[in-house]
Design a protein around this ligand. Structure first.
Ligand SMILES: NC(=O)c1ccc[n+]([C@@H]2O[C@H](COP(=O)([O-])OP(=O)(O)OC[C@H]3O[C@@H](n4cnc5c(N)ncnc54)[C@H](OP(=O)(O)O)[C@@H]3O)[C@@H](O)[C@H]2O)c1
Length: 386
């Protein structure tokens, strides 16, 4: 039996890598649904190659354009937030959650409500909704398989039978493109410089997050909710070679890690094939060709987003939601050259200070807090008051 796959965010970096893997295993996987925001031309190509039953296009203009150009009569074409549930009514075994930002929350919730297995790349949905996602998934029986390489590594070496014997989780970080720049050289960083990651090829938003190290902050929060670990048992270590993708330390002194070349097709294929494994065309790591592996503590002064993430996680309640929403606005403003690179953490910090911290009891609460925080952050961007 082929596994039926729906990809939310099929035109992005993770979406395209997922389709690459599926192309190599036509006997094992079948694409039933694809969803995008804008890029209808790429979606048309994907529809021709993978023949899904249903697609969903968020952007209204792209939706209309796609409908004009589509030649496949059997294809169901959807639009709007309601489409996330409808797209899954086509019998999906695995949802690949690969939308960027909190826009990925509703598709993840729709998959959970149907008890579907989720290959989760969209870390922001976990960050913004606290323990809601994991507890909803427990209730519905939905399995969440992490695709983020760090969390995927931890998942692979986590000894759940001995959870009480875990002394800490170690999240490795490449340190991004500015690891070796002096703090004084960060004033005039351009978007082009910030999205040039040394080891990984990714979408623009996550690339900027890697440059500010907010990505590691979001991953800290993701790890906390995913593995139910307190923040003082999650350590961030800079490892510029990106070979060891993260580790679990046990009370007997063992540190278990997962290694491999930095290529997202490894964690994606793990999630698609789970609990089995499949082959990929990823270059295999030759241990004898590694000269050295280095590890050191992150520089919290140069990367203030790390401290903002740690303190939001300590505060809990709506603080991670506010952190995530304001960061999305700040990164977008930076990419559109409205603010400088160094203003990103300032906007996040000011928004966290201005917003009132409240409890989160429902997905509706998450959406409201996300919207309010975006509004606050936008006001800061527009007024220059940061
Ligand atoms: N890339 C990586 O290596 C990597 C690694 C680990 C985790 N992740 C996580 O995976 C997620 C995706 O990252 P990415 O690098 O693949 O991003 P990306 O290349 O920017 O792709 C984002 C995808 O989401 C769609 N999308 C964006 N905004 C949307 C909206 N408002 N509504 C519906 N769809 C929307 C885009 O559609 P259009 O193309 O039509 O705009 C695109 O298909 C992020 O949460 C990221 O943190 C990525």
């Amino acid at each position: 039996m082929k596994k039926k796959i729906t990809i939310f965010g099929s035109t992005g970096s993770i979406g395209v890598s997922t389709l690459d893997i599926i192309k190599d295993h036509p006997d094992k996987y079948e694409v039933v649904g694809l969803s995008i925001n804008n890029n209808y031309e790429k979606l048309l190509e994907q529809v021709r190659s993978y023949n899904p039953k249903v697609v969903s296009i968020q952007n209204e203009r792209s939706y209309i354009k796609f409908k004009e150009l589509n030649k496949s009569n059997d294809l169901k074409i959807l639009n709007g937030n309601d489409s996330y549930g409808e797209i899954l009514d086509n019998d999906t075994d695995i949802v690949v959650a690969a939308i960027t930002g909190s826009a990925g929350l509703l598709p993840v919730v729709a998959a959970i409500e149907r008890g579907i297995t989720i290959a989760l790349a969209n870390k922001e949905s976990l960050v913004c909704s606290g323990s809601l996602i994991t507890s909803l998934a427990k209730k519905s029986g939905s399995l969440i398989l992490p695709v983020d390489s760090e969390h995927n590594a931890i998942y692979q070496v986590l000894d759940l039978k001995n959870k009480s014997k875990i002394s800490k989780l170690i999240l490795t970080a490449s340190g991004g493109p500015f690891l070796n720049k002096d703090i004084n050289q960060l004033n005039n960083i351009t978007p082009e410089q910030a999205i040039k990651h040394p080891n990984w090829s990714m979408g623009k938003k996550i690339s900027v997050d890697s440059a500010t190290m907010m990505n590691k902050g979001l991953e800290l929060i993701e790890a906390h909710y995913l593995f139910d670990m307190p923040e003082d048992k999650i350590e961030i270590i800079v490892h510029p070679e990106s070979i060891i993708h993260s580790c679990v330390e046990y009370t007997d002194g063992s540190i278990l890690s997962q290694m491999g070349n930095p290529d997202m097709r490894t964690p994606i294929s793990f999630a698609l094939a789970y609990p089995s494994r499949i082959s990929t065309s990823v270059d295999k790591l030759r241990l004898s060709s590694i000269e050295k592996l280095t590890f050191f503590e992150p520089d919290f002064e140069k990367f203030p987003c790390l401290e903002l993430a740690y303190s939001s996680l300590k505060t809990k309640k709506s603080a991670p939601t506010i952190l995530n929403a304001s960061n999305e606005i700040a990164v977008d403003a930076f990419l559109n050259q409205k603010i400088s690179y160094l203003s990103i953490p300032k906007i996040v910090e000011k928004t966290l200070n201005k917003a009132s911290i409240s409890d989160i009891n429902s997905i509706k609460d998450v959406i409201e807090i996300d919207q309010e925080s975006r509004k606050l952050a936008k006001e800061l961007v527009d007024s220059g008051g940061f």
